[in-house]
Design a protein around this ligand. Structure first.
Ligand code: G3P
Ligand code: CA
Length: 260
């Protein structure tokens, strides 16, 4: 990296999820040990009002259960195995079950982990399909953030401009990241829905349109890019001067950035 341009932050996507089951406590511990600057997580509301870190609407892909997260209570989710689909950790006998790899993770537990870290670690929390909950996801999220202060920078991210507006209504100081899978014509020039400080394009956007980073910067936004695992994409992001790289492989990405 050049001296006048700081290296991008490295944000661990669902934890160090290449090495451990996504969204498990083990994946987040690993990400912290691997030197991630911040941790990304998706949050969903359970039937009894808890925020849990699960990506999909249903639990089928990442657990041995079935059904929508929103239809299950936390106690029911806690009965499921959210880790074995990823295979054994390698550090133990094949039969051993490590609850830190297999137990559903609540946002509350993740916040406590971050608070216990021996250095400031940030969080990038994504609200998933929040519109149907009429603000409950954002309210619960902000209550938890107040109760468990995070020593590093906190960002709230979403593909939903409405969800991010709700967050800013209650917490105007909290920076929000507007996620984009592709650029709508009104965003191509670098502008975002009003109030958002950070642009969150997928890496495919930058492969097709590398000039976007400059345009977003000129419009006054930081640029956080997801999900960047390939060395050529890391190199592209570094060359374009993005502000954060969201990756499943925080250690590898940090090492690559250090060598550029
Ligand atoms: O960090 C943003 C990224 O996580 C959005 O995509 O599907 O992995 O949640 P997804
Ligand atoms: Ca996400």
């Amino acid at each position: 990296m050049t001296a006048d341009r700081p290296r991008p932050l490295v944000i661990a996507h669902r934890g160090a999820s290449e090495d451990a089951p996504e969204h498990s406590l083990a994946a987040y511990r690993r990400a912290i040990a691997d030197g991630a600057d911040a941790l990304e997580c998706d949050v969903r509301l359970t039937a009894d009002g808890h925020l849990v870190c699960v990506h999909d609407r249903r639990v089928d892909r990442t657990s041995n259960g079935r059904g929508a997260v929103s239809a299950l209570e936390l106690a029911q989710l806690a009965e499921l195995d959210f880790g074995s689909w990823k295979g054994p950790s390698g550090a133990e006998s094949p039969d051993a079950v490590d609850p830190e790899r297999t137990t559903v993770l609540t946002l509350e537990r993740l916040l406590r982990l971050v608070g216990e870290a021996d250095r400031p670690v940030g969080l990038a929390i994504e609200t998933k399909h929040p519109t149907r909950w009429a603000g409950q996801v954002e309210e619960r999220l902000l209550t938890l953030l107040e109760r468990y202060p995070v020593p590093g920078p906190v960002h709230v991210m979403s593909f939903s401009a409405r969800s991010l507006r709700r967050v800013r209504q209650h917490a105007p100081e909290l920076p929000t990241v507007y996620l984009m899978q592709f650029l709508l014509p009104r965003h191509r020039g670098g502008r975002l829905p009003p109030g958002n400080r950070v642009a969150g394009p997928g890496i495919r956007v930058l492969r097709r349109d590398p000039g976007y980073v400059d345009r977003a910067h000129r419009a006054g936004h930081l640029v956080f890019v997801w999900t960047v695992d390939e060395p050529a994409d890391v190199e592209l992001c570094a060359r374009l001067g993005v502000d954060a790289i969201i990756t499943n492989r925080p250690r590898t990405v940090r090492e690559q950035l250090a060598g550029l």
